[in-house]
Design a protein around this ligand. Structure first.
Ligand SMILES: Nc1ncnc2c1ncn2[C@@H]1O[C@H](COP(=O)(O)OP(=O)(O)OP(=O)(O)O)[C@@H](O)[C@H]1O
Ligand SMILES: [Mg+2]
Length: 356
């Protein structure tokens, strides 16, 4: 018997109705329990529909509390509501330089850009021209915005300020971050102009997590293929791990995979067996966002027990120390690395270790 046919006939067939519902890009139909936050974000952007300048804002809160999900939901509704806005979503882990962010803006206005060879100042100039010509108002979402600060690329905030103050483009900025303290380090002028409102997302409690998981199960799993109790265990585990919905959803997905290979039903047993893989799965997905250079740094550090910052600098000698410090800072804020200062022969040095 063909091995695939055999699998098809196996007891586990068809736990997933739409496995995409468990991917990080999936945007749920319903954002559970974030009505107030969504309303506030929308209220700040609303002026764009009347060609007035929207209020820019910071959206902050711990991992997995729905910041990205709620903001993308608002962008989607905004596109349906008015043609005057041009929502631009940028993940700054992926695009962590001034030039990379500006290129994302240009690409959205259909400009095909060579990544190298054009200075950031020139990119800015072109962006201003294109935006003006389009007659649309960009709503620029800088997700994981602290990566820009970590990498010493705060210049982008001055570019955005300039677009608004000098060029009078009236664009809106939504900076999303886990680390509000990072953005509070920025210049007062930037804060008062680009961070006028502040929207906090609190950690989810077990009841909210259970509700989110119920909705996700309905969207992604075959009806009747899971036990209620199993969802409860996923929610409790997510609750213990920082009230992080991503933990619960990933656990449910892993349990679904187990069920598909086995009994064809997600029970407490499958969930229990999948628990130990959740956190490394989440870390693996984050690493997929990294560019080649960041991956090489991770690989270099992972091969050893721990690495002194000086050894990283000399291994990657083509990169300036300042740039490398920024990259290491970003990888640490992503939760992929951890560091501590130790007393060495020549004073204190920073030592890095791969997490997990
Ligand atoms: N209220 C909600 N309703 C439905 N799904 C949700 C809700 N909140 C979060 N999720 C889901 O949980 C996962 C994590 O949410 P999200 O990515 O929005 O978190 P985040 O706050 O942006 O976290 P991070 O700071 O790590 O980026 C996503 O799969 C998202 O779809
Ligand atoms: Mg997010």
């Amino acid at each position: 018997m063909n091995v695939f046919r055999n699998l098809e006939r196996g007891a586990g067939r068809g736990v997933f109705r739409n496995e995409e519902a468990f991917s990080p890009e999936f945007l749920p139909e319903m954002v559970v329990g974030r009505e107030n936050e969504i309303k506030e974000i929308a209220f700040n952007i609303r002026p764009v529909a009347e060609r007035r300048r929207p209020a820019s804002m910071v959206v902050h809160g711990p991992p997995g509390t729905g910041k990205t999900c709620a903001t993308r939901h608002v962008l989607k509704e905004l596109s349906e509501y008015t043609q005057r806005a041009e929502p631009i979503y940028i993940n700054c882990w992926r695009r962590s330089s001034r030039a990379a962010v500006l290129s994302a803006v240009l690409e959205k206005f259909d400009m095909v850009m060579p990544r190298r060879g054009i200075s950031a100042d020139e990119l800015l100039q072109r962006a201003v021209e294109l935006i003006r010509k389009s007659g649309k108002t960009p709503i620029i979402v800088l997700d994981e915005a602290d990566a820009l600060v970590e990498e010493g690329e705060e210049g982008i905030f001055y570019d955005l300020l300039r677009m608004n103050e000098t060029e009078r483009l009236n664009l809106g900025v939504i900076a999303i971050t886990n680390r509000e303290d990072m953005l509070s380090l920025l210049d007062r002028r930037i804060r008062s102009s680009l961070m006028q409102a502040d929207i906090g997302f609190a950690r989810y409690g077990p009841a909210e997590l259970k509700e989110i998981l119920k909705e996700r199960a309905k969207a992604g799993l075959v009806p009747g293929s899971w036990d209620e109790e199993a969802l409860g265990v996923c929610a409790a585990f997510a609750g213990k791990n920082g009230g992080d919905a991503r933990v619960g959803i990933t656990l449910l997905w892993l349990a679904g995979r187990k069920a598909e290979a086995g009994g064809g039903r997600i029970t407490v047993k499958e969930v229990e067996e999948a628990k130990n893989r959740v956190l490394s799965e989440i870390k693996g997905r984050k690493e997929e966002l990294l560019d080649g250079e960041d991956r090489a740094i991770m690989e270099f550090i992972r091969k050893k027990e721990s690495v002194k910052s000086g050894d990283v600098y000399s291994e990657f000698s083509g990169v300036t120390e300042r740039t490398m410090r920024g990259r290491l800072g970003k990888l640490e804020s992503m939760g992929l690395l951890e560091s501590e200062y130790v007393q060495g022969g020549k004073g204190r040095t920073r030592v890095f270790r791969a997490k997990g």
